[in-house]
Design a protein around this ligand. Sequence first.
Ligand code: ADP
Ligand code: MG
Length: 705
Amino acid sequence: MDFTVETMKGIWERIFGHYKGEIADVERDYPGKKSIFVTYDTISSEEPGLGEFLLLQPNNALYAGEKALKEITGFDAHARITNLPKAVSGIDIRDLRSEHLGKFIAAEGLVRKATEVRPRLKEAAYQCVRCGAIIKVIQEDMVAKEPLECYKDQGGCGKTVASTRFKLLTVPSESKECSVFVDTQKLEIQESPEGLRGGAQPQRLVAYAEDDITGKLSPGDRVILNGILRSRQKKERGIKSTMFDIFLDVNSIEIEEHEFEEISITPKEEEEIIKLSQDPNIYQKIVSSIAPAIHGMMTEKKALALQLFGGVSKVMPDSTRVRGDIHILMVGDPGTAKSQLLRYISQISPRGIYASGKSASAAGLTAAAVRDEFGEGRWTLEAGALVLADKGIAAIDEMDKMSPQDRSAMHEAMEQQCISVAKAGITATLHSRCALLGAANPKFGRFDDYKPIAEQIDMPPALLSRFDLIFSISDKPETKKDTDMAEHILKLHYAGEIDKYREKKENGKYSAEDEERAMKIVEPEIPPGPLRKYIAYSKRNIFPVMTKEAETAIKDYYLSLRRGGEAENSPVPITPRQLEAFVRLSEASARMRLSDKIMKEDADRAIGIMDYSMRRAYFDYETGRLDVDVIATGMTHSQRERSISIVDIIRELSSRSPDRAAEHNEIIDMAKDKGIDRTKAESTIEKLKREGRIFERRDGKYSLV
Ligand code: ADP
Ligand code: MG
């Protein structure tokens, strides 16, 4: 079939016959409604050839479609095509090549950047100051194009720019003529992590949206952008280059609405998932499938398994939202496989993102409004890892090294699970409904077992207390453990060596069976692909409810700890914040076996893991008791008591002395009378000095601030 504009217009008219309601909306509401959204199937079922023609020569096909629309409605409405066939929607951003230029394609990914919506000059109306004629110039480039002369064919006087000037009309003149503007927005999408193999860096694609489809997307959204791939000549300091940049001229936007649409599960796979969930050892199987190359760390791995499934996020009757995501922090000595665990989790988690706290991008870990080259004069809202990992897991390595801006945005991100940006023209709230898995190194390089954790991590207490679980991993030489670990790591490398050997040397001395036997040690019971599907299925379908037995177990444990804090002067061992963590962990545990009932075994599991984490993270080694203040305020109960005593002593001594200050030795002596030994008193003085509550005068005496 020959697709001339006329024949195509005829077909389009038949296609628009299927969209009578929308056409009527345009006729009634234009410019409130400007677009007809046509599914690709409608086109190809009306005329298969036109569908194919549209993919190959979209400019011509769409031109005919919009011409037909103009004739039907009388308005400049848009034909926007959605639901493109697999042949074009299956192309990864990284595989876009010159052969795709000018073709209709569908690009799928995560919105990383979006600029403000601003008008662009589309058709400029210039008035000649000599004769008053109005000259129209179509604008295509970034730089505004002016008329070279007062064109006679547009009714002008023919004077050149040398002898007249032109005025740009941005509001209608007497003759109602005016420049035409169109809203534009520049976007950048990046491949979603699911499509990436082996931790490759995601590729990005720039896109331009115009008119009524601008302002529809926020950074972090998962979208399919349908449009024409175009190229633009690069310029190096104003000089045109032979290199071209590609960008997508967006025709339509599809926003993903359902959970984990990117992970498809066939009915057969669903059957297998359900069968697997009934395995009595399912919990064990999942845990042992997490980073099998990493030796030991069983409690940590159990916690990570629970994190992958997550608790249930709920909306309370007063419309406050409670997160279901489980936040975990791992602080540990260098070389304890923290980074490796984080990478593994980010790869098996649906929507997992791995990022470092030291990230160089402007958005950092959260989000930022920036004005840079990308925006071409506009402000750009850029999403960081926590926004890109919405509904997944953000694995943030070297979290202690994050920027001050990230530090302050992180509270909101962890608790309210959104990030607000208000800067210049941009005010936005972006979702960050993700579980955070953080890793940090101890401030002084290596852990001191007998100091509170909060003192050893370079993170504010308010942030630390947002974590449901904190694990400290220390690397102390210990013969039994070291032997196992050494054997494990050597076996691992042995397996890798055999694999490489067999790859390079056929018919060598190692057989396939040798390799298989060696590889056993790293083989997960459930391979990563199926595990990810299992998790996605569970998060999408399973919403467990607490049974009475589970509730009692949690309540009893909580109350037994609380009771320990009832006596006067004892630290608070646990708070409702941890109670919520128990609930989330038990929910996740039920989800692991696809159960909609939270049983006692789930509660016990949550208690076991919390207990393990708290006994290290919340422990005051001085008194041998649990103390939430270690994390919540960064100071143990006994430390605070001491601070108060020392401040009291200095106050008393200063009030007695004529120069209103306290001498070092006097403080120490008085502290001793109150039962505080010398080293503790001295470290408390140092601490108060650091906190700026007391100061050391030039004569070496101390005063209160
Ligand atoms: P971290 O981030 O904690 O400093 P890494 O993840 O970079 O540590 O790990 C350092 C190296 O030590 C990695 O190659 C890792 O495989 C190895 N390693 C450390 N602990 C273990 C373990 N428990 N099992 C296997 N390998 C380990
Ligand atoms: Mg590391």
